[in-house]
Design a protein around this ligand. Structure first.
Ligand code: ZN
Length: 668
């Protein structure tokens, strides 16, 4: 997986804390909410600690990140820019009742268009339905918008006729996915067959370093009827925006140090040539640079938006290393052997020599293109398999984004609804994020890499249960060790209260709350969800005699209560012993029974109850962000500082970007 996304941000793996409002009044984290969306702000806490040069570099790279916004609008759909501009003009010039039904509905529609970078939902890909009157809108268009680039009737039917351009990305089996998708990667009329033939003819199957053909171009029909590429480069398609991006990158290059200087220069070369071999060179240098404090992504990177997975959307993330969080994973990795030697598994299945992986944690400073406003919480690049194999890849998690998600979730009522004990809610407020981060670190840096096979066992014996059992193993490793005094000794946690929070959260999620994401009548399919339910149910059953975990009912609502944290930790250890045995011995039957008995079937009544309780909280399922702003401080013509501020208006930021960072014509 290339990108890690928080799917149901209101209640993802992050523990959603109660609103135990701190003494100090904080500015609100959620700055806007509409439809199924909440918009959050994020902070860049360590920006002040960067050197002046680093701050300036972040500033230049951030300007480059903002200059590509129009590109993603146009890539998503060819009429997006025309529609966005028409809506913005009416929004500003409207002289009627701004509290009226039609205007408010149009405002909501425009907010959704800004959020999705177009008129199709960013997640479901379905076209938005305007909730304002078509006749009213036609009047406003005629009155205020004098420079429509397309016929008014065409623009209106594109917006209001639900059969036109219904989906941005249609991957239904059996349809012509190119013809049925509204994304702007192929000229209308071109068929899936034609595209496939075009690129099959180009591909050299024997090339050990295959070129990512099609990555940076739109496929169109030329004058003679033959297909040809319009390349996204300076002097080609999207040139007006790319020239601005290149200008800021060249400024950045002047203040950057090696190897970042070379990397920026590689990228500029590629933006000018459009040659995909230049992109490979840039990607290789980028992947190899693991030491620069400042890092960035800027370009045509991910191909999820193309039904054929070939064309890349434009995106940017400017970031720098989070020293404190990296220190945490470094300590864990350095002690990897101790954890392995003390793991509660059969000594024969412990690795004699184990190496931890130290994960890189970053702070995002600016989000752009496809990463704005809806943002991944992690990045894993580059995408070309041969580069990953020969030169490595970078995998990072973005800490200030998950922090902001966590903050935004506080006070959404989730904790009051599902956690019985006030003291537990307070503990979660205090340690929720730390305990999640640490559990993830232990899972990723140590869990997956621990253990070894019995002689003669090759792996693969567990068949379709492999990934559920593997995630179970890594999760149990993390759960067992987060409750170990060793973590206090290493300075990773202040006390074992951190473990208590994680234990309650984990069992609650596994037994109850994650069901809210599953349709009624269905069973658990996804492997992470299976593994969580399996661990929770297994421990509930094995600890029944001593009432380690109790599922209590109060006013017809179910709650999880943990009576004995020490014994629960013991149970995690016992289960890990068994799951490690299953993996090491390749015991398919035991693995199958574990998953089928504990990780699949839901109780219909309980499932109904959880879904009803969750729905009553009205938590928006999707979240996104507004960016901070950076301002240069100059003295006698020299830059002496860069100031960061945190705007609180989604509308102002969007209108501002459309005014100051919009370079493309409406039709490209
Ligand atoms: Zn995992």
């Amino acid at each position: 997986m290339r990108k890690i996304l928080l799917t149901l941000s209101g209640m993802a793996m992050i523990f959603v804390c109660s609103c135990n409002r701190a003494e100090k009044e904080e500015p609100a984290w959620i700055v806007d909410r509409f439809d199924d969306i909440k918009v959050i702000r994020y902070e860049v806490p360590a920006f002040e600690e960067l050197s002046l040069n680093e701050k300036i570099l972040v500033y230049y790279l951030s300007e480059a990140a903002k200059c590509g916004r129009d590109i993603i609008f146009d890539q998503n759909f060819k009429y997006n820019l025309s529609i966005r501009r028409a809506l913005e003009t009416i929004y500003e010039k409207y002289d009627g009742d701004r509290a009226g039904k039609n205007f408010l509905a149009m405002e909501k529609y425009l907010k959704k268009v800004w959020f999705a970078n177009g008129i199709h939902h960013h997640y479901s890909n379905d076209k938005f339905k305007p909730e304002f009157d078509q006749y009213w809108f036609e009047k406003q268009l005629a009155k205020h918008v004098t420079d429509l680039p397309i016929e008014q009737s065409l623009l209106v039917s594109v917006m209001f006729d639900s059969s036109l351009y219904a989906s941005r990305l249609n991957q239904t089996d059996g349809v012509d996915v190119v013809k049925e998708s509204a994304g702007n990667f192929y000229e209308e009329g071109i068929t899936q067959k034609e595209v496939e033939k075009f690129y099959n003819d180009l591909t050299d199957v024997n090339d050990p370093r295959p070129i990512s053909y099609g990555l940076n171009s739109k496929l169109v029909r030329g004058a003679n009827g033959r297909l040809e590429e319009r390349v996204w480069k300076v002097g080609g398609m999207y040139s007006e925006a790319l020239e601005q991006i290149v200008a800021w990158l060249e400024k950045a290059e002047q203040v950057a140090e090696e190897p970042l200087k070379q990397i920026i220069s590689d990228l500029v070369k590629y933006y000018r040539s459009g040659n995909l071999r230049d992109f490979d060179t840039y990607s290789i240098h980028w992947a190899q640079d693991v030491n620069s404090k400042i890092d960035f992504v800027n370009g045509f990177i991910e191909d999820y938006g193309d039904p054929l997975g070939r064309k890349a959307t434009w995106e940017s993330v400017v970031n720098f290393r989070d020293e404190k969080a990296c220190e945490r994973t470094r300590i864990i990795s350095e002690n990897a052997q101790w954890f392995e030697d003390n793991a509660p598994i059969n000594p024969a299945y412990r690795k004699k020599v184990v190496k931890g992986v130290s994960a890189k944690v970053i702070t995002a400073a600016m989000l752009g293109g496809e990463c704005y406003p809806a943002t991944p919480i992690g990045i894993n690049l580059p995408n070309a398999d041969w580069i990953r194999k020969d030169y490595g890849s970078k995998s990072v998690t973005i800490d200030n984004i998950t922090y902001a998600y966590d903050k935004a979730a506080q006070g959404n009522g989730f904790s009051e609804e599902f956690v019985l004990d006030e003291a537990d809610r307070k503990l979660a407020d205090k340690y929720g994020k730390l305990s999640d981060d640490l559990h993830t670190d232990l899972h990723e840096c140590l869990g997956h890499g621990s253990g070894q096979m019995a002689p003669g066992v090759k792996g693969g014996e567990l068949g379709t249960y492999t990934s559920t059992l593997e995630e179970t193993r890594a999760d149990l490793f993390g759960l067992y060790y987060i409750g170990d005094e060793k973590l206090v000794e290493l300075g990773l946690i202040p006390s074992l209260d951190v473990a208590k929070t994680q234990y309650l959260h984990y069992i609650l999620n596994g037994l109850l709350t994650q069901q809210a994401r599953i349709e009624l009548g269905k069973n658990v399919e996804e492997s992470h969800m299976r593994n969580r339910m399996m661990i929770a149910k297994w421990c509930l059953e094995k600890g029944q005699k001593d009432k380690v975990i109790e599922l209590v009912e109060k006013n017809s609502k179910h709650y999880v209560v943990i009576n004995d944290y020490k014994k629960l930790r013991q149970l995690f250890g016992e289960m890990l012993y068994e799951v490690q045995r299953i993996k090491s011995e390749g015991d398919y039957e035991a693995g199958r029974q574990l998953v089928e008995n504990y990780g699949v079937k839901l109780d219909l009544d309980l499932h109904k109850e959880i879904r009803t309780r969750y729905a009553s909280l009205n938590i928006e399922p999707y979240g996104g962000f507004i960016n901070p702003e950076y301002t240069l401080v100059e003295k006698n013509g020299k830059i002496v500082d860069v100031k960061v501020t945190y705007p609180t208006s989604y509308v102002e930021q969007m209108i501002g970007y459309s005014k100051n960072y919009s370079f493309l014509p409406s039709l490209n």
